[in-house]
Design a protein around this ligand. Structure first.
Ligand code: F0G
Length: 415
């Protein structure tokens, strides 16, 4: 027998002195943080793990008053629990620090208020910071629009080439314009999002490009802060429910990890329940939930909510853990229900894109079914901005063309 450890043993041993490491969610095998990989040799998804979170609520509160970019960022305000990296090395806009609105008895955390118009910036600041540390020569993602724009903005800031893979003809034009304006290369794949996702994984492996979809564990670390920030917004009094749209299941996974860690760190003493909401035409996770997660489903996805038109979500396994650990639920809503909910949210003067409105539609459904009680405190996470899908927001009845006369104004207003 050789005295030399095998490569596998070395990988298990190496990170034990490190403060952070990558760990498989399926078999618990560890890898060093600076290894470029997204899945374990067993096929399980990797997560960033650390020995313990050395951060208390008082420090987080103090940072909220500071002007330093790392403190102003709603992500890096939690840096000890996100990524151990020098402040000078952060690629931050800053992002996060979004508002929590109370309307109609519900709370809405508006992640559309992030720099590029969606929650994706929270994960992207961490993934691109890590890309720079790894010396990545280019970064890439598959996207239904928001991830592209976010990648493009952060890659531009870092000075790394960005490449996005989008389903041809299926992405809102404003998001494409934003992606191109920031200088990314845009490959329009003839196929759906799931085909673009498979292609980008293969292409990144073959060409040595760093993949920053939510399969990337550093994205998840950033997205955890949506939950931590909303808990902070609520003075650390957890709500009964956190409701989130579910597509590729990165957020659902991140929320589960955030809640487990917040409890372990002593920031909260009870866990809110997660409710993940899918569009009926893109509901593989709901189907799986309905069978007690006995099977994983894949569907050909079709819904008006382009952001969550996803039939084969990559983060399925860790999202299952998130729902189980929080005694959560998964539900589905029709396109009619989510568009009606969007009109309600727009009409509150907040506004969001169609995918985000699944939250309110989901709450309505879960209340009807008696799962959410009338007095439960509920936070809906609005993931994207109203202007992503202007066509979906269009209300022609509000638009009248007139001659430039006061008489015409009077006539138009019915005076
Ligand atoms: N809401 C919005 C606005 C999104 O853009 C996305 C995903 C989701 C919800 C679903 O989140 O994947 O974590 O379950 N958009 C990706 C993109 C696919 O490319 O922008 P998830």
């Amino acid at each position: 027998m050789s005295e030399q450890p095998t490569a596998g043993e070395a990988a298990l041993a190496a990170p034990t002195t490190a403060r952070e490491w990558l760990q498989c969610g399926t078999c618990a095998r560890r890898y060093p943080l600076d290894e470029v990989r997204y899945t374990c040799d067993c096929g399980g998804l990797l997560a960033v793990e650390r020995a313990a979170i050395a951060l208390d609520r008082a420090s987080v509160e103090a940072r909220r008053l500071s002007r330093a970019p790392a403190d102003q960022s709603g992500v890096w305000r939690f840096r000890e629990a996100v990524l151990d990296v020098a402040r000078e090395a952060l690629v931050t806009h800053p992002e996060g620090a979004t508002r929590l609105y109370e309307r109609g008895g519900l709370l809405f955390k508006h992640e559309g208020e992030n720099p590029t118009g969606s929650f994706k910036d929270r994960g992207m600041t961490v993934a691109i910071t890590q890309a720079v540390r790894l010396g990545a020569r280019a970064v890439a993602c598959a996207s239904t629009g928001n991830t592209s724009a976010s990648l493009a903005a952060y890659a531009a800031q870092a000075g790394i080439p960005g490449i996005v893979f989008v389903p041809a003809g299926k992405v809102a034009s404003g998001k494409l314009a934003q992606t191109l304006a920031y200088g990314a290369r845009c490959l329009q794949v003839r196929g759906d999002f799931d085909a673009a996702m498979r292609l980008v994984r293969e292409a990144c492996d073959k060409l040595g490009i760093y993949l920053v979809n939510s399969i990337n564990p550093f994205r998840i670390e950033g997205q955890k802060t949506i939950v931590w920030e909303l808990l902070q917004d609520l003075d650390w009094q957890p709500p009964d429910w956190i409701v989130v749209p579910a597509g590729n299941l990165g957020n659902t996974s991140a929320f589960g990890k955030a809640l487990r860690e917040a409890k372990a760190a002593g920031w909260i003493d009870k866990l809110p329940r997660l409710a993940a909401v899918q569009a009926r035409g893109a509901n593989p996770f709901f189907r799986s939930f309905a069978e007690g997660f006995a099977n994983r489903h894949r569907v050909a996805a079709e819904t008006v909510a382009s952001a969550i038109r996803i039939g084969d979500p990559v983060s399925h396994d860790r999202a299952v853990a998130a729902i189980r650990d929080t005694n959560g639920v998964v539900t589905e809503v029709s396109d009619e229900e989510l568009m009606a909910a969007k009109r309600t949210i727009d009409g509150m003067g907040i506004g969001c894109e169609p995918a985000s409105a699944t939250t309110l539609a989901g709450v309505e459904r879960l209340r009807r079914e008696g799962t959410i009680a009338p007095r439960d405190r509920v936070v809906c996470v609005l993931t994207g901005h109203l202007l992503k899908d202007p066509e979906a927001a269009w209300r022609p009845e509000g638009l009248v063309e007139i001659e430039p006369t006061v008489a015409a104004v009077e006539a138009a207003l019915g005076h």
